[in-house]
Design a protein around this ligand. Sequence first.
Ligand code: KG4
Ligand code: ZN
Length: 414
Amino acid sequence: MTILGIESSCDETAASVVVDGKTLVTNVVATSMDLHAVYGGVVPEIAARSHVESIIPVIDEAVKPVGWDSIDAIAVTYGAGLGGSLLIGVMSARTLAVTKNKPLYAINHVEAHVYANFLTETGGIEKPEQKSPQSPITNPQAATREWQLGDQTYTLPSTQPQFPLLALIVSGGHSQLVLFRDHFDYTLLGQTRDDAIGEAFDKVAKVIGLPYPGGPSIANAAKLGDPQKYQFPKANVQGASPALSELRFKIEDSRLKKQDLDPQSPTSSPQSFKHGYDYSFSGPKTAVLRLAQEIIGEDYTFPSFKLANRLSETQKNDIAASFQRIAIETVVDKTVKAYEEFSPKTVVIAGGVAANQELRRQLSDRIPTGIEYTDPKLCTDNGAMVATLGCFKAMRGSETADPYSLQIEPNLSM
Ligand code: KG4
Ligand code: ZN
């Protein structure tokens, strides 16, 4: 099953060809990030205009090595994302589905992020003897492999994730912890109550005067800073979502049934029903602003856009390191708790913030199973994740979308 995936939900115009949900054949990404950097964030109109300019060359480049005849179907992100940006990808995919006579699959962007982890090889060559020494961002327990594809190298997991699968999805627009029982069968365990983690990185970077996108800038500054210098608060969010309570009742029920047969079988304590997996980043984000005002000797009325000039490089690096530590700890704490409660076979991380090395380090330290992290290039937005999910939809006979009527859904949730 050979699928062309098209992605245009934010500021990346991307297209990729993936075979059988595991082989990356082409991966083309054009980003308008530089155009947004001067504004400190994505400007929707600029993003949409640059999708218009890039989408045809990007799709052409992705399809050229295989040819249209080998493409079995097209998959496209139809939500969540920026309306103007989504429209360009969806209208292109609809047109191509009609003119090239290919089935069309509508893809949820957040769900697709998880599927980047299913890619285990490329159409290029496997690089020999790459199993050790490990780079600092890979887990020594896990045997990732390195592949060459064109002029790019990809570090990919050696095996596909197995179910039940616990996925931590951390991007600029989403922060969610999801338990997959199988493909397309999942429960949202928890999510942010306010800012997504990537959004918090971007906003903190702006306050301390680091360039957009804030995630990589904070990660770089943090390497030079002291992560223990400042103690920012970690939000303690109470309560659990109704979907989570229902899942727990189901699990509890099946454990109780099992216990009738086997007196040694464990049951979870009713105490655990109180716990949820939601979290929040607005508190630590505001704490950074207040601290920055305080260390330059100003009060809370001092405008945030003037702060950066008054902070020293050391202060910026220490703030970046201390904020990164607490933000990453917040999501890792929840992931570890979910790992202990639900005993998944595989844990994966997905979304732009999954490229963060501190996240990979903390998770590997605290989760005993070897996590095979995928290449950071496949964590930020790309067409390969869309094509991979498209492959599983096609291989499992999921419903296709109508190329004459598929609409965008900017607020699509999981
Ligand atoms: O998944 P993505 O490319 O787009 C969305 O779907 O949102 O994620 C972009 C987000 C941005 O907020 C960016 O700052 C963050 O991912 N990001 C990082 C890193 N690389 C990108 N955050 C922390 N550390 C990184 N290395
Ligand atoms: Zn994304």
